[in-house]
Design a protein. Sequence first.
Length: 443
Amino acid sequence: MSFDLQGFPADSEALASLAARGLDYRLVDTADAAATSAWVEADFRGFHHARPRQIDLDYDRGLLAERRVHGVYDRAILEPAIPVATVSSWPTGLSVPGGRSVDAWAVSSVTVSPTHRRRGIARALMLAELQNARAAGAALAMLTATEATIYGRYGYAPAARAATVFVDRRRVHWVGPDAPGRVQFVDGAAIREIAPGIARRAVARTPGEIDRWPALLDRVLGLFDPDSERSRARRVVRYDDERGQAQGFAVFHVTRPPNEPGVAEFDFLAAATDDAERALWRFLIEQDFVSGTRGLLRSIDEPLPWLLEDPRAVTFSEVVDHLWLRMIDPIAALAARRYSAPGRLVIEVDDPMGIAGGRFELVVDDSGRAEVTALDQSDAAASARGVRRIGLGVRELGAIYLGGVHPSVLARAGRITERSRGSIAAADAMFAAQRTPHLSIWF
């Protein structure tokens, strides 16, 4: 999605509502080093990070140059140049079932200073981001949430979960197939040129993953602040297939007390093929002088237990509702993905905010391709007889969109209504995803 991030003004409703409270809502000029650095100070404070060093400020200014950045300012405080609330956003691709991508609007860095709670700031920011998403032509808005009770009121719903996976080294005995290629250590700088291509192919394999940005790869590969303890502890391994072509890489580190076995931990694994995924997992769990291996933000449906003689060597914990979606343009979103069964389904969507509500006819052919049409009142009445129909809210549509939540589960919870017999079963079959949705990063 090509889009001028500075090409439209700050949301007028946010400007007015916050001005009525004596606050200024501003679009930050990311070319202004002082203003951007002050914004980063507020962002770090909001997430309880240590004060940023100069290297942190330089890194974040480069990152924010490719995003739309807003701050809320209070002229009456002692440091009026530092915003009391922050948000950043940008257009990016979201992987959907069928190996395709949909245009989405990523929302990040949402903070409100504890000195300015209960003034309607968060609401103004979040409603403005929905308008930004519409202006950008995005089909969906999305975010990763540190708290689960905030974003539902704006139409977001959890659509992909993640978990921490721990593997007990003492019980590891690999019974899966041997990969035909090999895993080898590489320097982070040496793989930087090809890392984006591998990451793009890996992202396309899994619904729920989003495009990786250059600064993220610099950080995970240890190229940002390379002399820091964190960067120097990182090790990078690459999987090459039998033809010598790089198909995946992982970044890990080992933490341990003196003279004691440690724990190998990783938070980044990009595999463009199944062979690469298996080979990298095997390398990571067969480390010597460790008690186990811990993978962060992994899929709740990892194949790993099926690759070991003892599947109980693998435990899943800290299962979280990681990726949240908010439907903006149901026609574009529903038409972008592929479906697992043919059928015809009328979806009646209620959106209290008036953004994505309406009646939509979803027609899927035998190949899984969809045509989506908005229905007016007369169309809806004409199609009511003999057509499978479901009724749901905009949150529920976001939840089932990637296939991570079955419509029948939400029907049992009273969140989806079956308007005609067999429609829930049809929706289950159509929206099912061959691969469980998963997002393996924070943004």
